[in-house]
Design a protein around this ligand. Structure first.
Ligand code: SAH
Length: 394
């Protein structure tokens, strides 16, 4: 079947030749609105009049084309998806538990717009684009053939879809999807709700950091801010923290956290506090509470460039509210999951917080997403999660 050809302007060439997978609307030779294509349709790509590859297009999106294959003769079919998924699984061998991991991480795994998390026999997928939506039958067939015993749930939500002009969908593709599902991590078990939890239900990206930070928790009082289901909080308690206080803006997340504390036998040492991170940290400070380990893992405060100024202020404010709760000799772990707020922004926020609070803070480790969230070297956008671990003195 021959695909309509879409011509890319020369200006995009350098980025694409380096391996980047996005073509912006203003980089198409003919304005996307003038092309006779449907959102998400597969297209052949040409660059300087030479065949360049195959991708999918969305004439309504700022990112007009995402490249699927650099081979102009590639057939995008079930077999193509099977090969990409097999490559993704192979990439992770020896790095993470194959039964509990992010199996596909979008662009970095060569399937732009598609995320799939594996929870043993449950696969939870997220489509962020019209292109992935249109490829759903092939993706479902590929996943079914590779994981025949599994169930597949689509959690197609999130701000990326609005930018693509596609609706939200929560749909079971095949198999029986349970209301509650357990994930195993470093010998601990956490329950989450696949249909209603945030994103795919569980944040695998922090798995390695949970283990690393929990190793510091023994004997300390721990504050886990933006705790969600207790990934950090429960891990720290299980690793011997004296006490853990988990703060989150979601009451549902905190009630599930309490179940996870019980599941791991650490209920007596975990308390939850429902509230906004900023005002809660102010309140804790005023009450004179101090902690030997503070973790702040907020949602992305900068989702789009226009949020940048406000977002930077939010990260800085949170850093300074958190830092003053750390007792001398304690640790602060601070994260940003916004690729628009890079590592240097976190460093700057920490430096400012330390100066303003007359404290000495020293970065002792740099933290990143786990190995099941690979980074595409030509796409800085794929490196979204970063963190700093700082030791804080008087
Ligand atoms: N640390 C978690 C993931 C955090 S995701 C883990 O390891 O799994 C971000 C969390 O921040 C979500 O649970 C969300 O409910 C919470 N959140 C978002 N805005 C908040 C706010 N203003 N105050 C407190 N919590 C907030």
């Amino acid at each position: 079947m021959s695909l309509p050809t879409v011509d890319i302007k020369r200006g995009a060439e350098r980025r694409l030749r380096k391996g980047h997978l996005w073509v912006y609307a203003n980089e198409l030779a003919v304005a996307p609105a003038k092309l006779e294509v449907e959102p998400g349709q597969l297209v052949a790509l040409s660059l300087n009049k030479r065949a360049f590859g195959v991708g999918y297009i969305n004439p309504g999106s700022l990112i007009a084309v995402r490249v699927l294959d650099r081979d102009p003769n590639a057939q995008i079919d079930e077999g193509w998806f099977i090969r990409r998924i097999e490559q993704a699984a192979a990439l992770r061998e020896g790095l993470v538990d194959p039964s509990y991991m992010r199996l596909l991480h979008g662009e970095a795994d060569g399937i732009p717009g598609l995320v799939v998390d594996r929870f043993d026999q449950l696969l939870v997928a997220q489509s962020g684009t019209a292109g992935v939506d249109r490829c759903r039958p092939m993706i479902e067939a590929a996943l079914k053939s590779l994981y025949p015993q599994s169930a597949l749930l689509w959690r197609n939500q999130g701000p990326a879809r609005a930018l693509e002009g596609v609706d939200e969908q929560i749909e079971v593709a095949f198999g029986e999807v349970p209301e509650r599902c357990a994930v195993s991590e470093h010998g601990r078990r956490f329950w989450f709700r696949p249909f209603v939890g945030q994103k795919t239900g569980w944040y695998y990206d922090q798995r390695e950091n949970r283990q690393r930070i929990a190793a510091l928790a023994s004997g300390r009082r721990v504050l886990d801010v933006c705790s969600y289901l207790g990934g950090f909080a429960v891990s720290c308690a299980a690793a011997g923290a004296q006490s853990v206080l988990a703060v989150d803006g979601s009451a549902e997340a905190l009630s599930a956290l309490a179940e996870n504390a019980a599941e791991n036998g650490v209920s007596e040492r975990i308390e939850t506090l429902h509230g906004d991170a900023f005002s809660t940290l102010v309140g804790l400070f005023e009450q004179g509470q101090r902690f030997g380990l503070v973790i702040i893992d907020p949602p992305a405060f900068i989702k789009r460039r226009k949020d940048a100024d406000q977002g930077v202020q939010a990260y800085r404010r949170l850093a300074s509210l958190a830092l003053r709760l750390v007792e001398p000799g304690g640790f602060l772990a601070s994260f940003s999951c916004s690729h628009l707020f890079p590592r240097d922004g976190l460093v700057e926020a920490l430096a400012r917080a330390a100066m303003a609070g007359h404290r000495r803070a020293t970065i002792v480790a740099e933290l990143h997403a786990g190995s099941d969230h690979p980074v595409h070297p030509a796409m800085p956008e794929t490196e979204y999660l970063k963190g700093l671990l700082a030791r804080v003195e008087a």
